[in-house]
Write a protein that binds this ligand. Structure first.
Ligand SMILES: Nc1ncnc2c1ncn2[C@@H]1O[C@H](COP(=O)(O)OP(=O)(O)OP(=O)(O)O)[C@@H](O)[C@H]1O
Ligand SMILES: [Mg+2]
Length: 241
């Protein structure tokens, strides 16, 4: 299964969502790889202290062997193909991205592509190939409006003609609504509240993504007992009332 996280605005929580999904899925025994297609260098290297000389830039030169460049961060149960240098955005053409993703999907049950808010040929190819693209917005008005414009662009230019988009609303504070979610014309599948002391590599977001992992991989064992109540219908109501 291939999933892409996307947004039209930076800093809304794509990487947090990607890593929470990877953690949740891999802890259920689903072999998982995160692909960092954000080419402002160093996100994954900085978060996980990875070898900076093994990245997507190297995988682009040898996409059939992309799996050799995947690293497992200390203490984690999923792999990471870290983002490369800025020129990797140009190097990740459609055919190279397709081959790379195909190779990874032969080796992992779940591949999650984390993108930047600036679409590239590579990230749009990932969207095209994905079973689902999770589009992240926050209650801030402009994240929804810009999200809708980017989604319209993707659909109207024939990049993706399907409805394989779902919306994630992050950083919700009680009582604050995202009034512009309807214009995205895609269902809301995850709602995450503002989380105290959060950082993308922490487990704070896990309870809220458990429901989508259930939907993608029914009958997998939940690693903890947190999923009921926190990721369920009641909690969504609580934060999205
Ligand atoms: N639900 C949340 N509650 C509190 N802080 C959050 C939440 N989600 C994300 N953050 C914080 O917001 C910042 C940006 O998050 P993150 O890196 O996941 O976003 P991003 O969309 O990947 O950003 P970029 O566009 O720069 O790649 C981080 O400091 C993160 O810890
Ligand atoms: Mg990010």
């Amino acid at each position: 299964m291939l999933i892409t996280t996307m947004s039209a605005v930076g800093g809304v929580g794509k990487t947090s969502l990607t890593l929470a999904l990877a953690e949740e899925a891999s802890r259920r025994g689903i072999s998982t790889c995160v692909v960092d297609m954000d080419f402002s260098p160093g996100t994954m290297h900085a978060l996980f202290d990875l070898d900076r000389y093994r990245s997507i830039t190297d995988a682009a030169g040898n996409p059939e062997k992309a799996v050799e460049y995947v690293q497992v961060p200390a203490g984690k149960t999923y792999g990471v193909l870290s983002g490369g240098l800025p020129h990797a955005a140009d190097v990740m053409t459609k055919p190279i991205t397709e081959t790379m993703l195909q190779t990874l999907l032969q080796n992992f049950q779940l591949v999650i592509v984390d993108t930047s808010s600036q679409p590239t040929e590579g990230s749009l190819t990932a969207v095209q190939k994905s079973n689902t693209t999770l589009f992240v917005i926050t209650p801030e008005r402009y994240t929804g409006i810009r999200g809708a414009i980017l989604l319209d662009y993707i659909k109207s230019y024939g990049i993706v003609n399907s409805n394989r988009f779902e919306v994630v609303i992050n950083n919700c504070r009680p009582g604050k609504k995202q009034k512009y979610v309807d214009i995205m014309k895609a269902p809301v599948s995850v709602v995450v509240p503002y989380l105290k002391n959060h950082s993308p590599d922490k487990r704070t977001m896990l309870p809220y993504v458990s429901g989508v992992v259930d939907a993608w991989f029914p009958n997998t064992m939940k690693p903890g007992s947190w999923s009921f109540g926190k990721s369920g219908f009641l909690s969504r109501l609580k934060f999205w009332a």
